[in-house]
Design a protein around this ligand. Structure first.
Ligand code: HSE
Length: 306
């Protein structure tokens, strides 16, 4: 195999109670990449469509992630990468992670899979760091592993995949404005009150227990964010109305997707998710910003060959 085409899915990070540690993988929304082996060593990005991103390897998230895996594997060949972006940069649904994850997954496949999917998360995280200014795996891990992922620890990286309860659906409202992850991180405080940390720990534990036991009510009441949302919500026009509309329409919970500006909701059943999507979009009509809506099952597979 010398050339492959890959689907790199979008993801939702944080999920209210798991800043930088929780994420899930979406279905149907994602980038495409074509990766080819070359006789000449090194990484070359030959084409990018759908976004104005640098072709220089060291300045591109996919290029940096590709260099991380190649520098470790040290293969006797090089790689050319084509990136076809469908996920807009600065959308809050893992645009940079999709590129980083696609690059390392594709190269690993072309090398005959020397690394496990879990090991690929570490390489992809190096690319993600270029986009956000810090290494975090809560988008790259679900993109590579599928389902829900929990980063139990970063040093060393310890990622746990959790299968989604079968009736869970995600709704995403994506306002067509760009919010850079680095800007969205800049508004966060350096220290957090102990009482908020206790609330967040309880919710994170409750959320994970809810996933393992398919307890939808427990998942719902754990979807609270007392640490990040109060600081970031002011960066997202119409956030509070859209969140309240989702909850009033029967969502289990709702909040900021990743670093924003996308707003997500989790719902029990596709029917409920469609109803929630309708309510969220109705709440957004008067904001004066174009937006996309997505309703998606949780994607258990992650990045894949097309
Ligand atoms: N956990 C990250 C953040 C996700 O919220 O800043 C965005 O890439």
């Amino acid at each position: 195999m010398n050339k492959i085409k890959i689907f790199c899915p979008a993801t939702i990070a944080n999920l209210n109670c798991g800043f930088d540690v929780l994420g899930l993988c979406l279905e149907g929304i994602g980038d495409e990449m074509i990766i080819s082996k070359t006789a000449e060593k090194g990484i070359r990005i030959t084409k990018i469509t759908g976004a104005d991103l640098p072709l220089e390897t060291e300045k591109n998230v996919a290029g940096v992630a590709a260099l991380a895996i190649v520098n470790t594997a040290n293969p006797d060949c090089g790689f050319e990468i084509e990136i076809h972006k469908k996920i807009k940069a600065g959308s809050g649904i893992g645009s940079s992670s999709a590129s980083a994850a696609g690059a390392v997954f594709g190269i690993n496949e072309l090398l005959g899979r020397p690394f496990t999917r879990h090991e690929l998360v570490d390489f992809a995280m190096k690319g993600e760091a270029l986009a956000s200014g810090c290494e975090h795996a809560d988008n790259v891990a679900p993109c590579i592993l599928g389902g829900f992922t929990l980063v139990r620890g970063y040093n060393p990286l310890d990622v746990i995949k959790i299968q989604s309860p079968s009736e869970l659906f995600a709704v995403v409202l994506h306002p067509q404005i760009e919010l850079k992850t680095s800007d969205s991180r800049a508004v966060l405080p350096n220290a957090v009150p102990l009482k908020d940390t206790i609330t967040q720990c309880g919710n994170l534990g409750g959320f994970i227990a809810g996933l393992y036991t398919s307890d939808y009510a427990l998942i719902g009441r754990s979807l609270q964010d007392v640490i990040i949302e109060p600081h970031r919500q002011k960066l997202i026009p119409g956030f509070e109305n859209a969140k309240n509309a989702a909850l009033d329409a029967g969502a289990l919970g709702a909040g900021i997707s990743g670093a924003g500006p996308s707003i997500f909701a989790l719902c029990r059943s596709q029917e409920k998710a469609e109803k929630v999507a309708y309510a969220m979009s109705s709440s957004y009509l008067d904001i004066g910003i174009d937006f996309d809506m997505h309703v998606s099952k949780i994607n258990d597979e992650g990045v894949k060959i097309m």
